[in-house]
Design a protein around this ligand. Structure first.
Ligand SMILES: [Fe+2]
Length: 252
């Protein structure tokens, strides 16, 4: 009986073991995420209640679709920061971006017009239907510029469903891989959940992010975390979410 009790797995029903959310769309009014500062601050309150302690906000940057610049991103961050201050919340909040690796991205990289994460991590994404041309070369160019590329949600790219080894190749070329917290739940569909489960089993993920855009995401994230299922599914990964900030002074 005792051995049965000891072997029973302890589920952790919060997100304290993730600590840092390094992928979210909480900066108001500049992409397809949160549209006003009050909602951004309320979402942060809810994530703090789940156990998150720090936030790196990563609005999309993609040509005319999401034509953000360091200026638009930092201005929006200031609006959210003011709302947090008005509520008396002291929350470490960093502004960065999620860069689409196409269109103007190579020029932004060449001209140092990027807003990286702490310690020069750089979150990048691709179209869901077409792989970025010469993606290895681009990842290499990113590294040469001194950034550490993180590929957002590799499990969501349909062109890898039948070509899983490409993801291993990207990882071997030095790119870090970030899982969307909701992918294993089936939120983005069965194929994405299957791919996430495959990559989790292989231990390929380095980071996990909420990719939080709206209330429906938040509701599902809370459900997944508070049930203990998120911990059960992901605790075997060697996540480096908190290491992004290693040695950095965090603005409060
Ligand atoms: Fe995102």
């Amino acid at each position: 009986m005792f051995s049965f009790l000891w072997s029973k797995k302890k589920l952790i029903k919060d997100a304290g073991w993730i600590g840092v959310d390094m992928h979210s769309h909480l900066l108001p009014g500049i992409d397809d995420g949160v549209q006003d500062a009050a909602t951004g601050a309320t979402f942060i309150e809810e994530l703090l209640a789940l156990g998150y302690r720090r936030f790196i906000c990563t609005p999309h940057v993609y040509d005319e679709v999401h034509p953000n610049t360091p200026f638009t991103i930092e201005s929006s961050r200031d609006l959210l920061q003011k709302e947090l201050n008005d509520r008396g919340m002291e929350v470490p909040l960093s502004a960065s971006a999620e860069y689409m690796m196409s269109g103007a991205f190579p020029s932004l990289l060449a001209e140092d017009m990027l807003l990286p994460q702490p310690n020069n991590y750089l979150l990048v994404e691709m179209s869901y239907i077409v792989e970025t041309a010469n993606v290895e070369q681009l990842l290499f160019d990113i590294s040469i510029k001194g950034y550490k590329p993180i590929l957002a949600h590799p499990e969501r790219y349909a062109f890898y469903f039948q070509n899983r080894n490409r993801i291993n190749a990207l990882k071997e070329s030095g790119c870090l891989l970030q899982l969307n917290l909701l992918s294993p739940t089936g939120y983005y569909g069965k194929e994405v959940a299957k791919m996430a489960s495959h990559l989790i089993k292989q231990g390929l993920y380095d980071l996990v992010g909420t990719d939080l855009h709206h209330q429906k995401h938040l509701d599902r994230i809370k459900q997944y975390v508070l049930s203990g299922k998120a911990y059960e599914d992901l605790h075997g990964l060697s996540l480096m979410n908190t290491e992004i900030y290693a040695g950095c002074v965090v603005r409060q």
